[in-house]
Design a binder for this molecule. Structure first.
Ligand SMILES: [Zn+2]
Length: 122
């Protein structure tokens, strides 16, 4: 792959990584033992009353945040994998068929792990 394009994609990945971490830290704490693992903070809506619908709201918010945390962590993992592959000169190959991934696909999603033909097989 062209070095210039590779550098561009790497930059994109690093930027996304920083944004993902920023997003996660808004509502989650970093797990000190596991790298790139975050724990969602239980939301405290601040109310002193223990009205049941308020606690229900907190639980609902917490569950929503957990789902977001899961999605962000998953994406962070993909981005990290892609960055690792760049380091190892193994970037840009489909993990299913081992052929180079289409450049357009990588530009749209630099963390893509499969080519367009294998997208459904992953
Ligand atoms: Zn493929």
């Amino acid at each position: 792959m062209d070095k210039k394009i590779l550098a561009e994609l790497k930059k994109k990945l690093e930027k996304e990584k920083a944004l993902l971490k920023e997003d996660l830290l808004k509502f989650a704490d970093k797990d000190k033992k596991l790298p790139d693992d975050y724990d969602t903070r239980f939301p405290d809506m601040g109310g002193r009353s223990s009205a049941p619908d308020e606690s229900a709201k907190e639980v609902e918010t917490y569950e929503n945040l957990l789902a977001i945390e899961y999605a962000l962590e998953l994406r962070l993992k993909e981005v990290n994998e892609a960055l690792k592959k760049i380091e190892n000169n193994a970037y840009g190959y489909c993990k299913i068929c081992n052929k180079p991934i289409e450049l357009g696909r990588l530009k749209a999603n630099p963390a893509a792990e499969t080519c367009l033909l294998c997208i459904d097989k992953a």
